[in-house]
Write a protein that binds this ligand. Structure first.
Ligand SMILES: Cc1cc2nc3c(=O)[nH]c(=O)nc-3n(C[C@H](O)[C@H](O)[C@H](O)COP(=O)(O)OP(=O)(O)OC[C@H]3O[C@@H](n4cnc5c(N)ncnc54)[C@H](O)[C@@H]3O)c2cc1C
Length: 441
């Protein structure tokens, strides 16, 4: 498929002439940055993409070292309907999918024994019921955390290890932040596309090919400063300055929070306030590959009620979609930053301890592993944005407004409706490209 198929709006003469002779610098070659770059290049701009890593994709990267796709970052196409732009991007590269079934789940209690069906239903129903009560009863101006709201509506549920497990394994995973620091009123107000989630068995990051084809992309080039104003923009990098007419900055919220890039002039106070307010958590993935399976290979997910909350509490069984004996564990919430700071060996031991609580001596030594450390990754400093108590959707989308007619931010953290997703990142990139065109016209 021609790259032009990705352009959100038709190429009009006025737009082409607005961009003619203009140079746009895009900082970051993740899905949002590449989406913006592709769109602008297709509409006639000269585009230079500057990327700190030695590869494309940012938080979208498929590793094949285990013999099956291990997605360091995004793993699922959420809501893979035809309206979902991420699905359109993967379809365009001939991706193959497997639907994952959230109900194909077995949960083990703190003692390592499987929950019976009644207890499992009780846990799920209480989790669901609490979310409904919070949604129906709290005003959007409420600044409570999710855990405070749970305590308010059902104090016994807040002390139930099963219910806490469900809020961690389901909610902390999907939102990327701990329930102690998630907004009770905004944690589930984002938009979704219909359809059961799928994994891409041919590798999610293949979608980067058409997005990046033919672009001037400068890898292994870290940006330390962005100067913007009347005359244009200068992007300072460790390989020297790059100048242009406009700059789109797609670095993750974690990077903005750490002030890695010096903006001159500084970002407006309202932007800085939103950068501080919106949360940026972590999610850790640990894949352990074994010679032989010791688990029921027909079960797609295993839940583990672990201590502390968030510790390897949800595992995906690769045998449900490929021949490799791989279990992929997730640490989420407040525990993810803890394990992200471990060495791979320490992380492996921590994950194995959780598996041995259930399968005891049947758990052999893994023959291979892969682990992620997003929290300490200096080009991300976390996994994805989440709403903290007292933050608002406008804190996300306000960040996407052009500054001084020269600078536009994009990335999953700038689009509340689809934050924390590939489709959100992509749409934010297309929107940034549109804003540059408007400024150029
Ligand atoms: C563990 C995990 C699981 C996820 N699961 C899913 C999922 O299942 N489904 C889903 O849809 N989404 C998921 N996501 C979210 C999805 O991956 C992100 O929303 C999306 O990839 C973000 O794209 P982006 O362009 O906004 O940011 P990024 O992909 O992070 O791109 C930003 C780029 O900026 C670069 N950069 C940073 N600092 C500098 C600098 N100083 N100089 C130059 N370059 C710099 C980075 O290297 C990076 O390439 C997950 C993310 C993680 C981490």
């Amino acid at each position: 498929m021609a790259s032009g198929a990705y352009v959100a709006t038709p190429l009009g003469r006025a737009r082409a002439s607005a961009l003619e002779g203009k140079t746009v610098i895009v900082v970051g070659a993740g899905v949002s940055g590449l989406g913006a770059a592709r769109s602008l290049a297709n509409q006639g701009a000269t585009v230079i993409v500057v990327e700190g890593r030695d590869r494309l994709g940012g938080r979208l990267y498929t590793d094949w070292s285990l013999g099956a796709p291990f997605e360091d970052g995004a793993g699922w196409v959420h809501g893979p309907s035809d309206d979902n732009p991420a699905k359109r991007l993967t379809d365009a590269v001939g991706a193959e999918y497997v639907v994952t079934d959230n109900d194909n789940l077995v949960v083990f209690g703190p003692d390592g024994y499987e929950l019976d069906e009644d207890r499992q239903s009780e846990v799920d129903d209480t989790w669901y019921d609490l979310i409904e009560r919070i949604d129906e009863n709290l005003e959007l101006s409420d600044t409570r955390s999710l855990i405070d709201a749970i305590r308010y509506f059902d104090s016994s549920a807040a002390a139930d290890p099963g219910v806490l497990w469900a809020f961690s394994a389901y909610t902390e995973f999907s939102k990327g932040g701990p329930i102690e620091n998630l907004s009770a009123v905004y944690f589930n107000r984002d938009g979704v596309f219909p359809g059961d989630d799928v994994v891409v068995t041919t590798g999610y990051d293949k979608l980067l090919g058409p997005l990046s084809e033919g672009l001037d992309i400068r890898l292994s080039t870290k940006v330390t400063g962005i100067t913007y104003g009347g005359d244009g923009v200068t992007v300072t990098t460790d390989k020297g300055p790059v100048t242009g007419d406009f700059v789109i900055c797609s670095v993750p919220l974690g990077v903005l929070k750490k002030n890695v890039i010096a903006f001159d002039p500084p970002l407006p106070a309202s932007y800085q306030k939103s950068i501080d307010k919106v949360g940026f958590g972590s999610v850790t993935k640990l894949a352990l590959k074994f010679e032989e399976p010791f688990w029921d290979t027909d079960v797609q997910y295993f839940g583990m009620m672990t201590e502390p909350k968030g510790r390897w509490n949800y595992w995906l069984n690769y045998r449900t979609f490929c021949d490799e004996n791989i279990l992929l564990g997730l640490s989420v919430g407040a525990h993810s930053p803890v394990v992200d700071q471990m060495t791979d060996e320490e992380m492996k031991a921590d994950g194995l301890a959780v598996l041995r609580n259930v399968w005891e001596d049947d758990v052999g030594e893994p023959i291979a592993m892969r682990a992620t450390h997003w929290y300490v990754d200096p080009l991300s400093y976390g996994a994805y944005a989440f709403p903290t108590p007292g933050s608002y959707p406008s804190d996300y989308d306000g960040l996407a407004q052009p500054v001084e007619n020269r600078l536009v931010l994009c990335g999953e953290h700038t689009i509340f409706e689809y934050a924390g997703t590939i489709h959100g990142a992509y749409l934010s990139g297309l929107r940034a490209a549109e804003m540059v065109i408007e400024e150029a016209e």
